[in-house]
Ligand binder design. Structure first.
Ligand SMILES: C[S@@+](CC[C@H](N)C(=O)[O-])C[C@H]1O[C@@H](n2cnc3c(N)ncnc32)[C@H](O)[C@@H]1O
Length: 430
């Protein structure tokens, strides 16, 4: 029997919002229950969409439901969000959206809510707009604490940021120059009718005109190409490791940047560490698919005593654990899973990692600090503190960012994710 996608979407969003599970864990579980790629895609669209517009959708539910749905009825609340999202934001005809959403009460074992779901969705169809003055969190579809932080950090650009966070992300590819060339791979894409919007000559990155399923990418399983955002591809460019360099990638999983470093030259001696052993499996899989070799270790970047063998590194990438506030387009659940209190703890961890890792960089060596965050405390302020406290650290100009000393990419800039980069050199005479 075919599964009701609205029921699966309601369960998935319920698990994220109420149970605090991550979308990247929950969605594949629900997608595993449906067969066709088209259904998997629609399920994804419904879950991502509801998480993008959660406050606004909940506002509409409050307009038509007197008593909030609690306990065993709670999943009905998420089903209503799925229903209203379809009517407002998808091209699914309203009658089909309503019928399928009402039918989902069956598989959700909530048949007693059938009449109510039907009535609420029909009321919304009749009165899609409300005259209420909406609080900013609802108007901009972001939690209040986060909205305030964006407004404080970016008094000029905050609206552009919150708007970008609601968009669907662009899809970038990174061509593996150890296997093929960008020109040849573009020919293969054209033959597969996959359009390329632009190309980054430095990184070997291609921006696709439209996102496609990875299964459609020519020679993906042979390691000719990887999916990696254009902003993330700047890490290896800025690190500019060369043949013979001994490089550390100290927060490496799932290995996107480790692999990019090696694709630029397989003669680089790369050590990839991460604190999560399970995530390191992904690093090994990616290295294998792309035909690359690195030393892969489980270890804590904030405490090198357990894994550092005493031989210092020429170049180090710290792709630090962070709030992920630059990649909300790809991970809309971040808005609801992150808490304001997480940020302080992350800033402390980043600081510990910076301090510990600096000690194992050779004199004259280069360290690139990166986050996929847009919060100044994790980025500019973190690095300014570091440079102030470490007399042997000099910030270098970044060739890719108009020669400024750090680079805050905002979500949507040049179709990229939000990312931060700073490049530091350790003085030669220590
Ligand atoms: C932003 S992700 C890295 C993404 C990766 N560089 C890539 O391009 O695929 C941050 C990583 O830091 C790891 N991490 C968190 N705390 C760490 C620590 N104390 N030491 C080492 N790795 C840590 C997390 O497990 C996570 O895999």
């Amino acid at each position: 029997m075919s599964k009701n996608l609205r029921a699966l979407a309601a369960k998935c969003v319920y698990a994220v919002v109420d149970k605090g599970r991550s979308l990247s864990d929950e969605l594949p579980k629900q997608q595993g229950l449906v067969e066709s790629p088209k259904d998997k895609g629609l399920l994804q669209e419904l879950c991502y969409g509801v998480l993008r517009y959660l406050p606004e959708l909940e506002h509409h539910v409050r307009r038509f439901v007197d008593k909030p749905l609690k306990g065993k009825q709670r999943v009905g609340h998420f089903l209503l969000l799925v229903g209203i999202y379809q009517i407002k934001y998808t091209r699914i005809p309203d009658h089909a959206a309503v019928a399928e959403t009402v039918a989902a009460t069956g598989p959700l074992k909530s048949r007693h809510l059938k009449g109510m779901v039907n009535a609420v969705l029909r009321s919304y169809q009749r009165q899609p707009d409300s005259d209420d003055t909406l609080p900013d969190a609802v108007r901009y579809n972001h939690p209040s604490w986060f909205l305030k932080k964006i407004q404080q950090g970016y008094p000029q650009d905050w609206q552009q940021i919150v708007t970008a966070n609601l968009q669907r992300p662009s899809m970038w590819l990174r061509v593996n120059r150890q296997k093929t060339t960008v020109a040849d791979y573009k020919t293969l894409l054209a033959a597969a009718e996959i359009g390329v919007a632009s190309e980054d000559p430095d990184s070997h990155g291609l921006l696709l005109s439209q996102a496609v399923d990875v299964t459609r990418l020519p020679h993906f399983h042979d390691g000719w190409v990887s999916v990696q955002d254009g902003a993330a591809q700047m890490a290896a460019i800025l690190l500019s490791a060369e043949s013979g360099d001994k490089v550390l990638d100290c927060c490496a999983a799932p290995g996107g940047k480790t692999c990019h470093i090696l694709e630029r030259s397989a003669e680089i001696d790369v050590t990839a560490i991460d604190i999560e052993a399970e995530r390191l499996t992904r690093v090994k899989e990616n290295l294998q698919r792309l035909g690359l070799t690195a030393k892969v270790l489980c270890g804590d970047a904030a405490d090198t005593s357990d894994w550092f063998d005493g031989e210092m590194f020429d170049k180090i990438l710290i792709d630090a654990p962070c709030s992920g506030t630059g990649v909300i387009r790809k991970n809309p659940d971040i808005k609801w899973l992150r808490r304001a209190s997480d940020i302080d703890a992350l800033v402390v961890l980043q600081r510990q990692i910076l301090d510990a890792i600096w000690a194992i960089l050779k004199p004259g060596g280069i360290m690139v600090y990166a986050t996929c965050s847009i919060l100044p405390e994790e980025n500019k302020e973190q690095i300014q503190r570091f440079v102030k406290e470490n007399q042997d650290a000099t910030l270098l100009n970044l060739t890719r960012a108009n020669a400024s000393q750090d680079w805050q990419i905002l979500p949507g800039n040049e179709s990229m994710d939000g990312f931060y980069y700073a490049k530091l050199q350790k003085s030669a005479n220590v």
